[in-house]
Design a protein around this ligand. Structure first.
Ligand code: IPE
Ligand code: IPE
Ligand code: MG
Length: 268
């Protein structure tokens, strides 16, 4: 280890996933179990975030993408929505010194223009303030839906293509060249955060085993790990458990393990 490498407080041996995406689920059930309003679960869920983010830094994770509010969550009662928006706003303001201390860079993914303007203002202020930080990137999925993200990407592409052929709609070579240019990389470049690498590890708390419209494009080859722990009870230890489970997986991306590569193919 070079002298410039910071000492980790609680290192994990072996390969740590560079990008971890979490569905923070179970706040409502946590509150109900204690006879509290659902909003108390969201408040506790936000309160534990700081410790989890600091643990992610300690473990060597480079990017953490957290599902905070889905496009479908607008279906919830107004009282809960108001509490969630107020919480987002206060989280943004209160965490700024913590983000600066830990060199955290904030990003958001989701449909920005459907968020209340006061919430968006605090988010943008935090993004601006932390933009030069070079530590962990914290990407918050707010008013996020993967199908909406893909729909928005298709709209961007259609706009680009139509403006490119506007002057010469019958130019077949131009149309063919545009068609050639559209590949997976090009589509990725139209998503909400084009520079984000795909997640290596997906974690969902709260016991449900589904994606709930989260990062459908980006999770194609992520390792999936589910825990019954409700989000407000999530600790650095739970995160470590997820990372250790990840380390036992073999990622093949459709290929073969190096030891298997000599095996004859019997797939036909
Ligand atoms: C996740 O917790 C947070 C949000 C969706 C905003 P839930 O509110 O979904 O909690 P449960 O699943 O009802 O327990
Ligand atoms: C997913 O949880 C969204 C967030 C955690 C922000 P939900 O509780 O909304 O998902 P479903 O409704 O159980 O699929
Ligand atoms: Mg839920």
């Amino acid at each position: 280890m070079s002298s410039s490498t910071p000492m980790l407080k609680s290192p994990i041996l072996g390969q740590v996933p560079a990008h971890v995406a979490i569905v923070m689920d179970g706040n409502g059930r946590w509150a109900q179990k204690q006879g509290l309003a659902r909003s108390a679960g969201h408040i506790q869920g936000a309160a534990i975030l700081e410790k989890v983010v600091e643990a992610a830094i300690d473990f060597g994770i480079k990017r953490l993408t957290l599902y905070c509010f889905s496009h479908e969550n607008w279906k919830r009662p107004k009282e809960e929505l108001d509490a969630l928006m107020a919480l987002l706003k206060s989280y943004m303001k209160e965490q700024r010194p913590v983000f600066m201390k830990n060199k955290i860079r904030l990003r958001i993914i989701g449909r920005r223009n459907e968020l209340p303007s006061d919430v968006l203002h605090e988010i943008d202020e935090t993004i601006r303030l932390t933009s030069a930080n070079d530590g962990l990137t914290l990407a918050l999925a707010i008013n996020y839906g993967a199908r909406q993200e893909i729909t928005d990407a298709v709209k961007k592409i259609v706009r680009e293509v139509s403006s490119a052929i506007q002057n010469d709609p019958n130019d077949q070579t131009k149309i063919e060249a545009l068609e050639q240019a559209i590949d997976e990389k090009y589509i990725s470049s139209k998503l909400y955060d084009p520079e984000a690498p795909d997640p290596d590890l997906f974690i969902r708390t709260g016991g449900e085993q589904r994606l709930s419209n989260y990062l459908l494009w980006q999770l194609s080859y992520a390792e999936l790990w589910f825990t019954n722990v409700l989000w407000p009870d999530f600790t650095p230890e739970t995160l470590k458990e997820g990372i250790l489970a990840y380390q036992k997986r073999q990622r093949r991306y459709g290929g073969l393990n190096s030891t298997d590569s000599q095996k004859p193919c019997d797939c036909k």
